[in-house]
Ligand binder design. Sequence first.
Ligand SMILES: Cc1cc2nc3c(=O)[nH]c(=O)nc-3n(C[C@H](O)[C@H](O)[C@H](O)COP(=O)(O)OP(=O)(O)OC[C@H]3O[C@@H](n4cnc5c(N)ncnc54)[C@H](O)[C@@H]3O)c2cc1C
Length: 264
Amino acid sequence: MRDFEFQRPGSVAEAVALLMRAPESKLLAGGQSLLPVMKLNLAAPSHVISISGLKELKGIRKQGNQLVIGAAVTHAEVAAAEEVKSTVPALAELAKLIGDPQVRNRGTLGGSVAHNDPAADYPAALLALGATVVTDRREIAADSFFNGMFETALGRDELVVAVKFPLVERAHYVKFPHPASKYAIVGVMVARTAAGVRVAVTGAAPSVFRHAAAEAALAGGFATRALDGLSTDQDGLLSDLHASAEYRAHLVGVLTRRAVSALA
Ligand SMILES: Cc1cc2nc3c(=O)[nH]c(=O)nc-3n(C[C@H](O)[C@H](O)[C@H](O)COP(=O)(O)OP(=O)(O)OC[C@H]3O[C@@H](n4cnc5c(N)ncnc54)[C@H](O)[C@@H]3O)c2cc1C
């Protein structure tokens, strides 16, 4: 691992200024993705800017018809929070399924969203619930945020401050986890939002995506029979040592059906 300078800014503004000053710097939140990447020499930042202690990035609060969760809120905090369980229960359930206790106690919502691992769970929730990512300079709808494998709409020196979730009670997430890491081989969230039914799939492709055919099939209501005859195109799906594209396509169908049956 290359030597780096460790920095602990006192505010979001200071963190962003440090990011801008050093073009090879990286933010550090829970470190559950960045540190493994650095250990493998896949990233070698000159400066590591720790943001996990910033109060501005903490807190979970209801704001009108939205739930606002700070970027540095850990997965364990989301899973346990009464504000989440009572307003967007599917989100608390999803957070409970992430990794193991160590990962949940260190890993953060902002880190997961910014990293956009193809097998991460939160991207499915953001996309299915129609969430909005709040950064230090703008708001980005989830539909425009996840651009590709480990790619997002964030600028290099942009910091995720919070995520705003609409209060959606009719939502359910099901995943087929990798037996060791618990990352999603495939994960599906189905939700009924003010804008209609949304189905988001993670793990199956290079980046999370909405399943338009399933959304259309479920527009009339949550009944598994509405999914009869629906198949998932395996073109563009991931194929690796964990699962073939064909198997992942099959899992998308099975998990969508399970999520719908939990909502029926
Ligand atoms: C063994 C293991 C199992 C795991 N299992 C799962 C799983 O089942 N499901 C799952 O979804 N994830 C899983 N993870 C990943 C975990 O959820 C990570 O916590 C998460 O992906 C990254 O969050 P972090 O806070 O640790 O971010 P970090 O590792 O600190 O940062 C990750 C990246 O995001 C950037 N970043 C961090 N915070 C911000 C911010 N606020 N604004 C802009 N950029 C930021 C960093 O610069 C870095 O590039 C697992 C990880 C491990 C090690």
